[in-house]
Design a protein around this ligand. Structure first.
Ligand code: CMC
Length: 392
């Protein structure tokens, strides 16, 4: 206890051992349980990856069918839960609604909050994966004044989410399967990223033996910030601003380099990657595909591509090894799919959920886990003595 090391931002401090996700930031490598992210993005699916992250191995066909069935059985929200959405202002940020709703789930499932009972942990994990899309869709539907749709369990996980978000009771909902595949793939890309800010938050909260819902709710709040998951919203707002101001990308990059207060190239840079974020490379390809598929052109994509080109050729970004991260291109896709800008980080949360769950479970099942309790270096006054108020 006499000796502490100071490491603001945990730049060099490992908080845990983990067998879930491997990143080599210099080489731009990301693997879940050993599988390269590019392979999983191309060949796997979100629920399969969720299983892989949580249980450690790719499922057999029977295991995946069983897992999928369980998820389907829990997609509805308790009828009383629906009142919850109407209780917020219509213009509430959906990340605030999501974090509150996840926290509120613990009030409906008080029989499954014991973090050390494997069955309770398992059913809570299933409930979270099942219900998060319903919560996200209901937050959006409430914000635009449309009726809430019940989940349709004949549909796949992502298609059901898209229908609850964009469908209406009066018309059958149809969506291009290729578009469903792209959103599923984006969820795969977001599913885990080892000890990032929100995951570390989930672990820290869980280390006090708080239940899974409380821990994940804290993670959602951590993700909201613009330096983390909130960057996807911030990127789109940046692209819109550049567009509205005439599209002068070089001038914008100059202002960033001059460190104009509050100005950063959002969607660029990463604590761990000092190379192209492998997720960004996959998203970039998907962006063009989605816009082609939907027959939509978006001047914001041209601005993004030009920004990347200018930044990657500029000494400021080269010297600091700043490359596009996962958030740089996703917003253009989410916008094309019809999501409002403030819902983008919710989509990140839907994707990251299995990672949070897997990391929380890994921690809780490790007998060597201790409560997370960082030390500090005190810089305040040395001892002094109370002065009565009339003498101050
Ligand atoms: N635009 C301009 N300059 C930057 C940027 C940027 N996006 N990112 C880092 N820098 C500069 C920074 O100013 C510093 O310069 P100097 O050495 O002159 O002081 C240098 O690069 C090192 O940056 P840092 O802030 O010490 O790096 P960090 O590891 O503490 O921060 C980061 C990482 C992701 C918070 C940061 O790069 C950033 O703010 N990026 C923009 C927000 C963003 O896109 N976040 C999403 C991250 S990926 C997905 C996720 O985790 O959610």
């Amino acid at each position: 206890t006499g000796y502490v090391t100071l490491d603001p931002g945990f730049v060099n401090t490992a908080s845990t051992v983990s067998a879930i996700t491997y990143i080599d930031g210099d080489a731009g490598i990301l693997r879940y349980r050993g599988y390269p992210i590019e392979e999983l993005a191309d060949k796997s699916s979100f629920l399969e990856v969720a299983y892989l992250l949580i249980y450690g191995e790719l499922p057999t066909a029977a295991q995946l069918a069983d897992f999928t069935e369980k998820i389907k059985n829990h997609t509805m929200l308790h009828e009383d839960f629906k009142n919850f959405f109407a209780g917020f202002p219509r213009d509430a940020h959906p990340m605030a609604v999501l974090a509150s709703a996840v926290s509120a789930l613990s009030t409906f499932y008080q029989d499954s909050l014991d973090p050390f009972d494997p069955e309770q942990v398992d059913i809570s994990s299933i409930r979270l994966i099942s219900k998060l899309p319903t919560i996200a869709a209901y937050a959006y539907k409430t914000s635009i004044g449309q009726p809430l749709l019940y989940p349709d369990n004949s549909l796949g996980y992502v298609e059901n989410f898209l229908r609850m978000s964009f469908g209406v009771p009066t018309t059958p909902y149809e969506v291009d399967p290729e578009i469903v595949k792209v959103l599923d793939m984006l969820f795969v890309l977001h599913a885990d990223h080892e000890q990032n800010c929100s995951t570390s938050t989930v672990r820290l909260v869980g280390s006090s033996h708080a239940n899974l819902f409380s821990s994940i709710s804290a993670g959602v709040n951590a993700l909201w910030g613009p330096l983390h998951g909130g960057a996807n919203q911030a990127v789109l707002e940046m692209l819109e601003r550049i567009h509205a101001e005439g599209g002068d990308v070089d001038a914008f990059v100059e202002r960033v380099k001059n460190k104009e207060p509050g100005l950063k190239l959002m969607g660029f840079g990463h604590r761990v990657y000092r190379n192209y974020d492998p997720r960004a490379a996959v998203v970039k390809k998907a962006t063009t595909k989605v816009l082609d598929r939907l027959g939509k052109a978006d001047p914001l994509l041209d601005i993004a591509m030009r920004l990347e080109e200018v930044a990657l050729a500029d000494d400021y970004f080269v010297e600091r090894k700043l490359y596009p991260n996962v958030d740089f291109y996703t917003g253009v896709i989410y916008k094309a799919l019809g999501f409002p800008t403030n819902a983008f980080t919710v989509l990140f949360a839907l994707g990251r959920l299995p990672g949070w769950i897997a990391q929380w479970r890994e921690m809780m099942s490790d007998p060597t886990t201790k409560i997370g309790r960082p030390r500090q270096v005190y810089t305040g006054p040395t001892e002094r003595h109370y002065v009565p108020i009339e003498e101050r």
